[in-house]
Design a protein around this ligand. Structure first.
Ligand SMILES: Nc1ccn([C@@H]2O[C@H](COP(=O)(O)OP(=O)(O)OP(=O)(O)O)[C@@H](O)[C@H]2O)c(=O)n1
Ligand SMILES: C[C@](O)(CO)[C@H](O)COP(=O)(O)O
Length: 227
């Protein structure tokens, strides 16, 4: 069984809208609903959970309860990784635990369903799989605005979501670092920290994370080009 976990418990401070950015609409649909629809449509996803900020549970539920694969809202934590952990703990208490979990940022509405499926096939084989964009610019390691060294670009990939993992291994990996979860910036880094193998699944550049207000202008252009 494959569960998706859609994390939507952030407050969207950097975007600075009056409501958290996952509730902002593109083409009359909230970003959360657009993202959830992709997981509803993937034939490899059995069920999904949505992690919500405690102040927005009703709104979150209203946006996703139309989908037959939606199971429940889980209350988030104070960092993305704490939010994911709450969902993993919810799943760990079920009799019928998932084999794989596919974790996605609600604020990446442009994810391609074929790529969700590719990450699931890869994680079945390897244990972990991350959608990622190959670096196409020159990349430097920097300290105080000064370049320390230029990195070997062919070895650099920028992580996107979804990130898909063997559920039992990911739960163990999170438990290992539960006191320092906020020091990690994604799920793959926690999985890798525990020593598990993880593959890259090359992703499209347009699977952007809507982080700042200007990203929403780009998102509207993507929609106009490809409604
Ligand atoms: N405590 C948190 C923080 C983030 N997220 C989710 O993780 C994803 C990526 O996070 P980010 O872009 O940083 O979103 P926000 O935390 O909302 O943004 P900001 O840091 O600007 O407040 C988003 O779907 C967000 O809702 C979450 O579930 N729980
Ligand atoms: C998980 C992630 O989207 C992978 O690129 C990213 O690390 C989330 O970062 P944020 O600090 O929550 O914006």
């Amino acid at each position: 069984m494959v569960y998706a976990i859609i994390v939507a418990a952030g407050e969207g401070k950097r975007a600075g809208f009056e409501i958290p950015k996952q509730f902002v609409k593109l083409n009359n649909k909230t970003i959360l609903r657009i993202s959830a629809e992709k997981f509803q449509q993937s034939k490899l996803i059995d069920k999904f959970l949505v992690v919500s900020h405690r102040n927005y549970v009703d709104l979150t539920e209203k946006e996703v309860k139309i989908f037959s694969k939606f199971e429940n809202v889980v209350i988030g934590g104070s960092s993305r990784q704490e939010s994911v952990y709450n969902a993993l703990l919810y799943l760990s208490k079920k009799d019928n635990k998932p084999d794989l979990v596919c974790i996605h940022d609600a604020v990446r509405p442009f994810v391609d369903i074929k790529k969700i499926d590719e990450s699931i096939y890869e994680a079945k084989d390897i244990g972990g799989a991350v959608l990622a964009e190959m670096a196409e610019n020159t990349v430097s390691q920097v300290n105080n605005g000064r370049i320390l060294k230029t990195l070997e670009r062919s070895q650099i990939y920028l992580h996107h979501t979804p990130q898909t993992f063997d559920f039992a291994k990911l739960l163990k990996a999170y438990q290992n670092v539960e006191k320092i979860l906020s020091s990690f910036t994604d799920d793959a880094s926690i999985f890798i920290h525990a020593g598990y193998e993880t593959s890259i699944v090359e992703d499209h550049k347009n699977n952007i994370k809507l982080t700042k207000k200007k990203d929403f202008e780009l998102a509207r252009c993507f929609f106009e080009l490809n409604p």
